[in-house]
Design a protein around this ligand. Sequence first.
Ligand code: UDX
Ligand code: UDX
Length: 480
Amino acid sequence: MQSAAITVIGTGYVGLVAGACFADWGHQVICVDHDAGRIAGLNHGRVPIYEPGLDKILARATRSGNLSFSTDTIGAVKSSQAVFIAVGTPPRKSDGEADLSFVHQCASDIATALRPGALVVTKSTVPVGTGDVIERILRQARQDDAIPVVSNPEFLREGSAIGDFCEPDRVVIGTEDEAARAVLRNIYQPIALRGHRILFTRRRSAELIKYASNAFLAAKITFINEMADLCEMADADVGDIALGMGLDRRIGPHFLHAGPGYGGSCFPKDTLALVRTAQEYGVSLRLVEETVQANTARKRRMAQRVRHILDGSVENKRIAILGLTFKADTDDMRDSPSIPLIELLQRSGAVVHAHDPEGMEQARRILPNVTYHDDPYDCARGADAIVFLTDWEALKHLDLARLAAVMRHPVMLDLRRIYDPEEAARQGFVIETVGRSGLEPHPLSTFQPSYLLPDIAAQTRLPIAVTSNLNIQPTKERLA
Ligand code: UDX
Ligand code: UDX
């Protein structure tokens, strides 16, 4: 491998992990961000996100002299062979399409600073055809001096980002430019040598692979979540279903863990953006549309389940929420199931207390009217119900008897299937678990599954209508 000079623009979960790992592999990397505070912090060794293992790699790469941080994008780009764009592509509020303004702005900002022979690589998740737009932006600014634009989507998961980046199932590189392929082959050589597959495709295919993968995984989770609903009615256990299905190698065991619905910065936004893209091409992705609808409805329905386990009303009830982030091992609150759950509970008069091992700082900004606790037992004290929403390791080993003893009513809703219901019942809990029918009916309740309760229609309204309209005229030039 030859050491490559790389700029990574954007120091979020993707950009910072990519920059740190590239530098750790021996490349010369400058990570840039327009957020001066973030860069100042990084220059002082402060890691702006919680991601296990990232602090060590950043420290090692910085110490080695391979990694530096700057707000000077132009200065960094001027000396780089490859410029990775890893800025956010959030959903546009109006229609759910990916907002590409940051990506486009980056392209025009760097266009004239790129040195001849350099290339631009999109790591941000961008809709099919975005590479063509970036190419046009660069060409307009540089006249005939063409810069190859490559799609290199990132598949890392928050919480296991370093492992996913360094030991990926595949690296996808979308470009037909041979010189660009050679540069990317060199950059990824350290992991190619360890046997990881580098897949070269056309640029548009690479852009679409990322959305297709995320949409498929989101659909897989939604499938098992719906099976969980059925299990609760049919007196079966979704854990058995997932195990039995997962042993079939054609299905595989991953992403079959039933829960409160998927969240995070990718699945919700990418499924919606994919539906939008398909609509623009006049194609209907009914499975993905249903996935979006079902998951949004599911997240909102979790408040119904809390109401259900408290026999219909949460008014003036103290609810303890354990786990706020969209999954364990991250501080990221984006599209977390905790947000609609807590907002709906509060709207119904509940008093919400919460604890999360890493996410409370971010949560405070989004959910200000919650009482936060550093300790899970303090959070549960005096509560009428406790809800497990994220399967943090630290929340998996609580002393249930102690927990039950500090609560006003030992009622538990386990939305991540953390605890064995029989054991929880032995420790004094009345418990409902996702994907299993209750052990016995709650003494106060007339059992009716929460998703059959009458006000469900109001609870499941979507912020953005995604129903496909086959009459939509294709707007993309592909069909022209
Ligand atoms: C990434 C991808 O880029 C996104 O497309 C994908 O779907 C999910 O992963 P993420 O790393 O989570 O996003 O982004 P975020 O945490 O929002 O960080 C983006 C960073 O880029 C921020 O630090 C922001 O300050 C920076 N930024 C944004 C710039 O430096 N310049 C800009 O113009 C915009
Ligand atoms: C996802 C993709 O997995 C990753 O490849 C892509 O690069 C970014 O988006 P991430 O959002 O970080 O990664 O986390 P992931 O582990 O995929 O979880 C997403 C959501 O699905 C979480 O809310 C999680 O709790 C939920 N989930 C996941 C389940 O409910 N059940 C499962 O079996 C797996």
